[in-house]
Design a protein around this ligand. Structure first.
Ligand SMILES: Cc1cc2nc3c(=O)[nH]c(=O)nc-3n(C[C@H](O)[C@H](O)[C@H](O)COP(=O)(O)OP(=O)(O)OC[C@H]3O[C@@H](n4cnc5c(N)ncnc54)[C@H](O)[C@@H]3O)c2cc1C
Length: 498
């Protein structure tokens, strides 16, 4: 069949953490690239540039602010922020910078992501680390220093979090910031756009509606500002919620689901929108005994990792806040905590096993999909067990001598909540997310895999997915750099093809 005329070798849809990387690397290699982004530019937005303002980006015009469907065992009220702007969610995130632990990459390989073992991905993480500027969180906040000391008193050693193959310990995060300036994917890879000459054309405020398919070949994308065509690969990088949605709208998904919505089937791929993963987190707030000194940047400098099940890697992680976090507790009737009167320990299940779904409910590109995380529903009860252990550990850390000058008493859940059943009920009811949805177009070799280990969509020509949705399973740290690494690899696969 004859293809339409085209001005582009490639189209990248979604200018988020992964999409910016793919587009920039392809343009750098001389390919003519269209980058399609639903949001506007991040340039000149002080809320995005200044990392100390990151919370103000949430529920602002650059946040899609997704709700989720009612959860049988989790918190139905939590919201999922996602960045609608160049840089995507890296423009609204809290810039905690981690490469993935070797154990996770080696597991990906064992799960069917052939060639994604730790040794194979290492050079691509190097590209990310050489491109995105990072700095160590400042160590000048005396409360955070006391938390590190309390962790040592409990038995968790002070460690360097930059080498994520530790077993357990506490340390200071690296952040992708310079001074107070966020180094998002757009700042690191795209700006100034003029550096790409006429190779890269960025279409902001342009929403991809569906892919244009001829037979089993994708030849373009229909958008709100017109259709774009490309001879070479089209890369979907719209994130873990929209990438499966865009595929489903384009006839790529479970045939029975698509047929029920009168969408012609291009490829019957039952895994599209399955395997939705996240890091669920619990919230423990304490009252402060003395005023908090000036925050270390945005107030999140310290991470603590513990190993509940005796593995040689952590199964529990804490973000430690130099302020309280009461959004989810007030939503469930607890009193609001004035910002200068509390602190928070937030445990998360590093490799949570519950799996949810993202499904369109209509053949309508402007309707939001149903997002159902099914938090705390894994059959073994693993996520719930680790979370309960996390709440208990937060309490133990708060009891250590180093924190006695700082912490007066527990605010949430409160000392009347003591049995495992009660702790679990509190933790699940008031749970938040660490904002890491992933896995909905997973890479692998099994029947539920959506993309091959070279990120090609099964059964469809010219189409790749590169973003958080290709995760086969959850990794044990914050994922942004791993997602950018996926972008680096995707560009490389495309360049090696031709
Ligand atoms: C509040 C918050 C805090 C976080 N903190 C951290 C942290 O400290 N460290 C860390 O490692 N990770 C953190 N994360 C997670 C991390 O930022 C994300 O996992 C990552 O940015 C996701 O990358 P992505 O490429 O998959 O998707 P995104 O970066 O979300 O990119 C998707 C892009 O596609 C665009 N798009 C969507 N639909 C369409 C459409 N139809 N047409 C065109 N464009 C479209 C979006 O506008 C967006 O730009 C955080 C996330 C959030 C939200």
């Amino acid at each position: 069949m004859k293809h339409k005329p085209t001005d582009f070798d490639h189209i990248v849809i979604g200018a988020g953490s992964a999409g910016c990387v793919v587009a920039a690397r392809l343009a750098q290699a001389g390919r003519r690239v269209a980058l399609v982004e639903a949001g506007g530019s991040d340039l000149g937005n002080p809320l995005i540039a200044d990392i100390r303002q990151w919370e103000a980006t949430l529920q602002s015009e650059v946040d899609y602010d997704y709700s989720i469907v009612p959860q049988p065992r989790g918190n139905s009220k939590l919201r999922h922020p996602r960045g609608k702007v160049l840089g995507g969610s890296s423009s609204i995130n809290s810039c905690v910078a981690f490469t993935a632990p070797d154990v996770d990459m080696d597991r990906w390989q064992a799960e069917g992501a052939l060639g994604w073992d730790a040794a194979s991905v290492a050079p691509y993480f190097e590209h990310v680390l050489n491109t995105v500027k990072t700095s160590k969180a400042p160590t000048n906040n005396a409360y955070s220093a006391a938390v590190i000391q309390a962790a040592e008193e409990y038995g968790l050693p002070f460690i360097d979090l930059d080498h994520p193959d530790f077993e357990r310990g506490a340390g200071y995060f690296s952040l992708n910031v310079v001074g107070n300036e966020r180094q998002n994917a757009a700042v690191s890879y795209l700006h100034p756009l003029s550096q790409w000459g006429d190779k890269l054309q960025v279409f902001t405020d342009t929403i991809a509606i569906r892919l244009i398919v001829e037979g089993a070949r994708v030849i373009g994308v229909e958008t709100t500002t017109g259709s774009l065509f490309s001879e070479g690969d089209i890369v979907v990088s719209t994130g873990a919620f929209v990438s499966p949605k865009l595929l489903q709208l384009s006839g790529i998904g479970a045939a029975d689901h698509l047929s029920s919505l009168d969408i012609p089937v291009t490829a019957d791929l039952p895994g599209v929108g399955e395997n939705l993963l996240d890091h669920p987190e619990g919230v423990v707030n304490f009252a402060l005994k003395q005023p908090m000194p000036p925050l270390s940047i945005h107030g999140w400098a310290v991470g603590i990792f513990e190993n509940i099940d005796g593995l040689d890697y952590p199964d529990l992680m804490f973000h430690v806040g130099e302020m309280p976090f009461d959004t989810q507790t007030t939503a469930h009737g607890y009193p609001a905590i004035p910002r200068d009167q509390g602190v928070t320990f937030i445990p998360n299940v590093t490799r949570a096993k519950s799996q949810g779904t993202v499904r369109i409910t209509a053949n309508d590109p402007f309707a939001r999909p149903d997002i159902d995380f099914r938090y705390f529903t894994d059959p073994e009860g693993y996520d719930e067990r680790i979370m309960v252990a996390g709440i208990k550990l937060a309490r133990e850390l708060a009891q250590q001598p180093a924190l006695q000058p700082w912490i007066s008493h527990e605010l949430t859940p409160g000392i009347n909540i003591q049995s495992d059943a009660d702790i679990s009920a509190y933790a699940r009811k008031t749970a938040n997310t660490v904002y890491h949805p992933a896995g909905t177009c997973k890479m692998g070799l099994d029947d539920n895999a959506v993309v091959t280990p070279t990120l090609n969509v099964y059964g469809v020509e010219n189409l790749r997915v590169a973003d958080a949705s290709v995760f086969p399973s959850m990794i044990g740290v914050n994922p942004n750099f791993t997602i950018m690494m996926i972008g680096e690899r995707c560009a490389d696969f495309i360049l090696q093809d031709k």
